[in-house]
Design a protein around this ligand. Structure first.
Ligand code: AMP
Ligand code: ZN
Ligand code: FE
Ligand code: FE
Length: 313
């Protein structure tokens, strides 16, 4: 079989310093070019603040670029429901309103986590966490402070030896300093993404932690009923049999298939840009099809509420 050259691959799931990635949007674009991908999507948690810089830098390098976002939605623990939005308008009021609500949720949660950590004898401050998050970037830029920043601050303060220990002992859902953040319902997240002109995609379905394919199918089918447009098939957490199953769901429910590494730079050193598990890569045809699905979606003129606050799922 002929080997497909590297320039025909993309990565549709990446994070920058606008959330908890380690590279600025411009550095990320440089890295995308350096590993030979032809395009990528920036999908920061809860914010589109890196998108305009990334779009400009991608255009300078002649790379294809998809403005995206990743939103955490309500779902029973220990499962995690993340929804990716693709082709969102970075300047839409729907996106800005949603980000404002999600940031407020984090601004309530982060001080509670820090307070509990202090009570447990880990003396770190919110200022130290902010310093970790903005290191190497403009200090006044808007960023989404998340648990990986707190984990890194804990490592630097020698409260724990590794990021993993920080999550296992303190920050993970069973950790001693865990507080959940306010989330949107899946319906609200879909309405926001559609309101910002984008497509909705179920991120890394393995993290829903369903126990069998039938249970997963029930979740997917409910999400389809309320406006799911796609499913992330290839991801650094997915084994080959997971990808097979998610491709089958994509066919069954007529969903777009997407894929990406979930690159966070040095904050998740095991995840490499452009590569899934076992070095699986995402061909550019996946992006072509996603773009075609987006154009079809726009033509259909799906209802596009402009503010947060749709009915709960
Ligand atoms: P937050 O958005 O603040 O809730 O943090 C979510 C981020 O923390 C995501 O990037 C996750 O990958 C990361 N994360 C969640 N649990 C763990 C864990 N056990 N170990 C390492 N990273 C984690
Ligand atoms: Zn992250
Ligand atoms: Fe995620
Ligand atoms: Fe992610």
């Amino acid at each position: 079989m002929t080997k497909i050259p590297a320039e025909f691959f993309v990565d549709l799931h990446t994070h920058s310093t606008a959330s908890d990635g380690a590279l600025t949007p411009t550095q990320l674009v440089d890295a995308v070019a350096a590993v030979g991908l032809v395009g990528f999507a920036l999908t920061d948690h809860d914010t589109g603040n890196g998108l305009i810089e990334a779009r400009r830098a991608a255009a300078d390098k002649g790379l294809r670029f998809v403005p995206g976002i990743e939103i955490s939605a309500e779902y029973p623990l220990p499962g995690i429901l993340h929804i990716l939005g693709y082709f969102i308008d970075p300047e839409s009021t729907a996106l800005q309103e949603m980000s404002r609500i999600l940031l407020e949720g984090r601004n309530t949660r982060n001080p509670r986590i820090i307070k509990r950590l202090n009570e447990l004898g880990c003396n770190i401050t919110l200022e130290q966490v902010r310093e970790v998050a903005t290191r190497g970037t403009q200090k006044d830029r808007d960023i989404v402070l998340g648990r990986p920043h707190i984990a890194q601050a804990l490592v630097e303060a020698k409260c724990v030896a590794t990021m993993k220990e920080a999550f296992d002992v303190y920050l993970g859902s069973t950790g001693a300093a865990f507080f959940d953040k306010e989330r949107l319902t899946p319906q609200q997240a879909f309405d926001c993404i559609h309101g910002a002109g984008g497509l909705t995609v179920l991120a890394h379905p393995v993290q829903l932690r369903t126990t069998n394919p039938a249970e997963l199918q029930t979740v997917v089918s409910k999400l389809v009923d309320i406006g799911l447009d796609g499913i992330e098939v290839w991801h650094s957490d997915h084994r080959p049999q997971d990808c097979e199953l998610f491709l089958e769901f994509a066919r069954r429910y007529n969903l777009a298939s997407t894929g990406g590494s979930d690159f966070h730079g040095s904050r998740k050193p095991d995840v490499l840009l452009g590569l899934g598990r076992d070095n699986v890569r995402v061909p550019v045809s996946v992006l072509d099809k996603l773009e075609a699905a987006w154009q079809a979606h726009q033509k259909r003129g799906t209802s596009t509420p402009k503010t947060v606050g749709g009915s709960a799922a």
